[in-house]
Design a protein around this ligand. Structure first.
Ligand code: SF4
Ligand code: SF4
Length: 187
């Protein structure tokens, strides 16, 4: 009984301390940053030049802040078009959320892409799997390699590592298992 009461009391005290700490030490997040992060792909591929989608959202929100000096860092219009997997549609969405007008004529309209191995060219040298940051490439030495589509973020790191040009980037194939209803167009 003493052990049960002690643990219950300890749990209650720690719970109260955590609750108070949560209120006192709470870090206020930027609502715009959260809104931008929600529309970014979330694959953290790093093609934008940032460590991931959260870092990209922070950079865009910071650049959009009225206190940010526009002459420093990357211009907001460039940041809005920084996500290759999101393409033109995402750039338009981001610009709409920020209330700015951006020339999107030079932004590719293609969607996310993943790496595919051309089996007839693969010699099984394993160079690609060593540079893949998500371990998306499977294969043993001197065996044909393959890419796990669920794990590939489209970072393109592997493409240049292949001596036989067996790795190519292709739009994510739509299959019965992966089809989702397209999002409605923004008004
Ligand atoms: S593009 Fe290549 S290196 Fe990048 S995640 Fe996909 S398989 Fe890995
Ligand atoms: S680098 Fe190219 S040839 Fe070597 S295992 Fe990967 S896909 Fe095959």
């Amino acid at each position: 009984m003493i052990a049960i009461l002690s643990l219950t009391l300890l749990g209650a005290v720690l719970g109260v301390i955590l609750g108070i700490a949560n209120r006192l030490l709470k870090v206020e997040s930027d609502p715009l940053e959260e809104e931008l992060l929600a529309v970014l792909p979330g694959s953290n591929c790093g093609q934008c030049g940032f460590a991931g989608c959260a870092a990209a959202a922070t950079a865009i929100a910071t650049a959009a802040s009225p206190t940010c000096c526009s002459s420093e860092g990357t211009p907001l219009a460039t940041l809005v078009t920084c996500c290759p997997p999101g393409g033109k549609a995402l750039a338009a969405t981001l610009a709409g959320k920020l209330g700015i007008t951006v020339d999107l004529s030079g932004v590719a309209a293609e969607g996310p892409r993943i790496a595919i191995v051309a089996e007839e060219l693969c010699i099984g040298c394993c160079r690609c799997s060593k540079v893949c940051p998500t371990d998306a490439i499977l294969g043993a030495s001197r065996q044909i390699h393959n890419v796990l589509r669920e794990a590939c973020t489209g970072c393109e790191n592997c493409v240049d590592s292949c001596p036989t040009e067996a790795l190519v980037m292709r739009p994510v194939p739509i299959t019965l298992q992966h089809w989702v209803m397209p999002r409605p167009l923004a008004a």
